[in-house]
Every structure is written in structure tokens, then in C-alpha cells.
Design a protein around this ligand. Structure first.
Ligand SMILES: Nc1ncnc2c1ncn2[C@@H]1O[C@H](COP(=O)(O)OP(=O)(O)O)[C@@H](O)[C@H]1O
Ligand SMILES: [Mg+2]
Length: 259
């Protein structure tokens, strides 16, 4: 036997036969997928295929939508979060989320980042300051804002606002970061900055990102999941997916035949 064995990363999420309906609309169909720790999973597919729906199931943000029904299992660190006993506040602290449009609150830079820790009861001023500083360092924003932490967050540029929202998500010390098209409203330079940031963040966090930008998926992700009309068509190693996908529909999509 060879002395070298590949160490398989831990699976943070194991999703089994996940189905989701909005009323009578069957939006996710028998999804089976795992999300490995400290990797970036990209979710791609044409508009309306269920990408946002899927990513919102991972921290049960989807529960905010009325008339949603789900079956199957979403195992997060070994526990099925579809089990009614799950603590939603705790889950969302551990699984942070960032949306397409950077959406800072109309408050100071500091208060935006301190928001989560405060909700979770962190009152000690020194600890709060440290937590905010660490999150802002993590998103490479600290040097740009450290002299104006009390200024309005809405005065930041679009790219800075998006990094601030990432810092806000990181401030509760999550282990997973979900991002839904986080760069689609940004210019190419800000986009590149966020991509570089994600490659750094995956050393400490597990990341799932929805993107309609296939170059972005191929640049930053380790595995890619391709959705089509509510089905997961293929989930594969990103290099393999973009060079020789297993499914003809994936090939058609990534070569730009539709979508
Ligand atoms: N709140 C909702 N109520 C009813 N249907 C919805 C809702 N959100 C999304 N859908 C439908 O579910 C499908 C998947 O939507 P979505 O997950 O937003 O797709 P994507 O993010 O891939 O563009 C679409 O047909 C969409 O119209
Ligand atoms: Mg979407």
C-alpha cells in the first residue's frame, strides 16, 4: 500500500433528496449535494433555475418566504436543519449570508459590523472593538476605514459596501459564508478584489457562491454545481466541469449555447 493517501475534506453540508415547493411550484427537485469544508462551491445555471432558492435553504433564510414546503434532509455538521428543533438564530450566526446588492444599514461603519455580535449579546466594549477590527481586517477594509469608523456606511463606494457586508457576516464568527451573486453589481476592479478576498477567506471559512459569471466560477471555485429548472444536473470538480463535463446539458450551458 502506498503511504500517500488523499485526505478527504470534511463535508460541512450533506444534502439528501431536497425538494422545495413555493405553493404548488416545484422549485427544487431531488437535490443531492455535499459542500466540503474550506472550499469554494460555485452554483451556476440560467436565471430562474433555483440558485437563490437553494442557497437560501442552507441557513433556512427560505423560511421567511410564506407557503414554502420542503422535504428531504439538509445536514449541517451532521444535524438535519429541516428538523423542527433547530435553533434558527444559532444557525444564522454560524452560516452568514451576503446578497447581490451590498445592503449596509443606514448607520455608521462600526455599527454595521457590530450589529450581529450585539444581537448575540456581546456588550463588552473592548471585545466588540476587537471583533469589528478583526472582521474589517479579514475583508481588507480596515486600512481604508479605520479613521472613519463612525462615518455613515452609505458613504462608502459600492465595492467597499459589499466588503462591509461581508465583514458584517463574518463578525458573528460563522463557519460558512453564503453569497448570492455578490459581485454582479460591481465594476471589474471591485469584483477582482472580492474574488481575491474569497480565495483568502476560504482558508478559514467554507464558502458557497451563486454566480451567473462562469469565468468567476472557474477562477475561484473548487467545485461547481450546475442547476437547470430546479434540478442539479451535475456537481463536479471545477477544473473538470469546465474542461470535460459529464453531462451534455452542462456542456451546452458552459459553452454558451443557452442561458
Ligand atoms: N418567493 C417566491 N414565490 C414563488 N416563486 C418563487 C419565489 N422565489 C422564486 N420563485 C420561483 O422559483 C424559481 C427559482 O427561482 P430562484 O431561486 O430565484 O432562481 P435563480 O436564483 O436561479 O434565478 C423561479 O421559477 C422563481 O420564479
Ligand atoms: Mg437568484
Amino acid at each position: 500500500m502506498s503511504g500517500v493517501t488523499a485526505v478527504k475534506p470534511k463535508e460541512v453540508y450533506l444534502i439528501h433528496d431536497l425538494n422545495l415547493w413555493y405553493g404548488s411550484h416545484h422549485a427544487l427537485k431531488n437535490i443531492n449535494l455535499s459542500i466540503p469544508e474550506y472550499e469554494i462551491t460555485a452554483i451556476i445555471g440560467p436565471s430562474g433555475c433555483g440558485k437563490s432558492t437553494f442557497i437560501k435553504t442552507l441557513n433556512l433564510m427560505i423560511n421567511m418566504v410564506p407557503n414554502v414546503k420542503m422535504t428531504g434532509e439538509i445536514n449541517y455538521n451532521g444535524k438535519n436543519v429541516l428538523n423542527s428543533k433547530v435553533d434558527l438564530v444559532e444557525l444564522r450566526k454560524n452560516v452568514g449570508m451576503v446578497f447581490q446588492k451590498g445592503n449596509p444599514f443606514p448607520q455608521s461603519i462600526f455599527d454595521n459590523v457590530a450589529y450581529g455580535p450585539r444581537i448575540h449579546g456581546l456588550k463588552n466594549k473592548k471585545e466588540l472593538n476587537e471583533r469589528v477590527e478583526k472582521a474589517l481586517i479579514d475583508v481588507a477594509l480596515w486600512d481604508e476605514v479605520k479613521d472613519r469608523l463612525q462615518s455613515p456606511a452609505l458613504g462608502l463606494s459600492g465595492g467597499q459596501q459589499q466588503r462591509l457586508c461581508i465583514a458584517r457576516a463574518l463578525a458573528t464568527n460563522p463557519d460558512v459564508l453564503l453569497m448570492d451573486e455578490p459581485t454582479s453589481a460591481l465594476d471589474p476592479v471591485s469584483t477582482l478584489k472580492i474574488e481575491e478576498l474569497m480565495l483568502k477567506l476560504k482558508e478559514k471559512y467554507t464558502i458557497a457562491i451563486v454566480t451567473h459569471n462562469m469565468q468567476q466560477a472557474s477562477r475561484i471555485s473548487d467545485q461547481t454545481a450546475f442547476f437547470l429548472m430546479g434540478e442539479l444536473i451535475e456537481c463536479n470538480d471545477t477544473m473538470k466541469m469546465f474542461s470535460s463535463p459529464d453531462d451534455a446539458r452542462t456542456k451546452d450551458y458552459i459553452t454558451g449555447r443557452f442561458g
